[in-house]
Write a protein of this length. Structure first.
Length: 103
């Protein structure tokens, strides 16, 4: 005794086709987005598979992670560099002016 369900209504078939098309469009968009992201990461010199870790390491080693030095520390460093002859009088004066105006 086999039951006959008859023909599917055309509204159901239309809805099914719409859902299938939507799924295909979403999958294509995901693939395109992943390909573009991979290209951007490679062009930036990052490994696409390890990008979050590489970015975290770069941030940890960058200037944002460096501790903030006090005005006294910056001036002492300038004085030390000048005393050792690493920087000239003009560079020493310019550095002191810059350090004092940053406050």
């Amino acid at each position: 005794m086999e039951q006959d369900f008859g023909e599917f209504p055309s509204v159901f078939l239309g809805f099914f086709g719409l859902v299938a098309a939507f799924i295909v469009v979403v999958v294509v968009m995901i693939v395109v987005s992943l390909a573009r992201s991979r290209r951007v990461l490679r062009d930036s010199g990052l490994d696409p598979l390890a990008a979050p870790a590489e970015v975290a390491v770069r941030l940890a080693r960058g200037p944002l992670a460096a501790p903030v030095r006090s005005l006294e520390q910056r001036l002492a460093e300038l004085d030390d560099l000048h005393r050792r002859g690493v920087i000239t009088d003009a560079e020493h004066d310019a550095g002191r002016r810059a350090a004092l105006t940053e406050r």
